[in-house]
Design a protein around this ligand. Sequence first.
Ligand SMILES: Cc1cc2nc3c(=O)[nH]c(=O)nc-3n(C[C@H](O)[C@H](O)[C@H](O)COP(=O)(O)O)c2cc1C
Length: 188
Amino acid sequence: MTKQDWKPGTMVYPLPAVMVSCGSTPDEHNIITISWTGTICTNPAMCYISVRPERHSYDIIKRNMEFVINITTEQLAYATDWCGVKSGKNVNKFKEMKLTAGKASVVKAPIIEESPLSIECRVKEILPLGSHHMFIADVVNVKADERYIDTETGRFQLDKAGIMAYSHGFYYALAEKIGRFGWSVKKK
Ligand SMILES: Cc1cc2nc3c(=O)[nH]c(=O)nc-3n(C[C@H](O)[C@H](O)[C@H](O)COP(=O)(O)O)c2cc1C
């Protein structure tokens, strides 16, 4: 196999493309699409988002030290892209995309009602890294759409929501389940 050496770049894909909602009053509410995001600790549950300081959302999140990560779906793909190219400086993204700002349980930032899963986060630390600053946050509550909770097992079935991923400039539907955690070592 012949491999090429490329200069350092951001090549960890696929990633989620989440809609992060922020702001503590309707005037301040905004949505920013974020792919530089992930889980960084299980216990305590912690997440991060990395945001360029020039984004309108950056100051809002820094001011409130809170945000909500809303998982996106195929249905939300258009809004996800739109909220990732338009700035809240000039438009009301909730209004333009006909998204509903719902009440979170713990943080003041709104959840996006149309998202199947909203992760309420409180910022613990801001790490200035370079182009992006990393908001390291505690997960303080998770709001899950009951439509995707199996009434018999109680399991949350995010796959039923039509989840999607982002890879190198394109959005993909994640349609097919191909294995289960641990199946590679399970005795037959
Ligand atoms: C798929 C996708 C992923 C993005 N990921 C990030 C990201 O991780 N960090 C970031 O600062 N901007 C990211 N952006 C760009 C912002 O979403 C975009 O600049 C947006 O218009 C900022 O909105 P605001 O000015 O209202 O905050 C992404 C955009 C798209 C479409």
